[in-house]
Design a protein around this ligand. Structure first.
Ligand SMILES: [Zn+2]
Length: 272
């Protein structure tokens, strides 16, 4: 599943291709993905105008023009590839964007959990309105999260993976950041001290940044036919290492399963 680092990498790849380029044409090959695609609206509002910026919040990408923005989400299996024309070249191509003069971006999504939507200028969107701050945004501070988690009795790992609390942190990154911060995944989110929040946010950014940097060399994953966007290969300290020795203290790594999600942690290094 494309995670925040893959989406950030896609953003970095799209900027030179679309920034200040006019969207000449859009072609939709189906009417809906996870939600109906507002095809007429997008054609009307997006074509003929240059895209001035591509921004990301959590795992959502926004291609902005003077009237608003096209909102993209890759869902479980989505990707964007660059091709030579408006002709679809592979199965599950659902939308094609033609930017002047000759950039053709194909949106491919076999499982169709992704979305392509329209956000009018200065208006919110239900999908974005309930999102917590992006971990790299200035808004994402220890003070804010300590305050918001104050009455939260649930585990910190659930808090981290709840997009309405903080946007775009997947299971792997939550496990890794909690290990690096020395915090037990089941610790009550409301019990974290301010220094713990500071450490945790710093580790979240570090692990995401490491993955974004690793993705810098694998841009082609988004731009060729057999790209397989999973998480970028980084060295993982706990995730997927059940029973293997902790890199710090040699205690075997523990795995627990909760709501069909695996949590990996070191019961010695990570404190409740
Ligand atoms: Zn340990």
């Amino acid at each position: 599943m494309p995670e925040l680092p893959e989406v950030e990498t896609l953003r970095n790849a799209l900027i030179p291709l679309v920034q200040n380029k006019t969207l000449v044409d859009l072609k939709f090959l189906r009417a809906d993905l996870r939600f109906p695609i507002p095809r007429q609206k997008l054609k009307k509002e997006m074509t003929g105008l240059p895209v001035y910026d591509v921004t990301r919040t959590g795992k959502y990408l926004l291609l902005h023009n003077d009237r608003g923005a096209m909102l993209l989400h890759l869902g479980m299996s989505g990707r964007v590839t660059q091709r030579a024309s408006l002709q679809p070249e592979e199965k599950h191509t659902h939308a094609i964007f033609h930017f002047a003069p000759d950039t053709f971006l194909h949106f491919i999504d076999p499982r169709r959990f992704g979305c392509i939507l329209w956000v009018p200028k200065n208006e919110g969107h239900p999908l974005l309105d309930h999102l917590g701050p992006d971990p790299f945004s200035e808004e994402a501070t220890a003070e804010l999260f300590k305050e918001r988690a104050r009455t939260c009795k649930g585990p910190i790992k659930g808090f981290l993976m709840n997009a309405t609390r903080i946007a775009g942190i997947g299971n792997i990154y939550a496990c890794e950041a909690l290990f690096e911060a020395g915090i037990h995944p089941m610790k009550s989110a409301g019990k974290l001290s301010k220094p713990q929040w500071q450490k945790l946010l710093s580790e979240v950014r570090k692990v995401l940044r490491k993955s974004i940097d690793a993705g810098g060399t694998t841009l082609r994953d988004f731009f060729n036919a057999d790209g397989n966007p999973g998480y970028f290969a980084i060295d993982l300290a706990v995730y997927g290492r059940e029973g293997e020795p902790c890199l710090r203290c040699k205690t075997p790594i523990t795995r627990t399963v909760h709501t069909a999600r695996s949590t990996f942690f070191c019961k010695t290094c990570q404190k409740r």
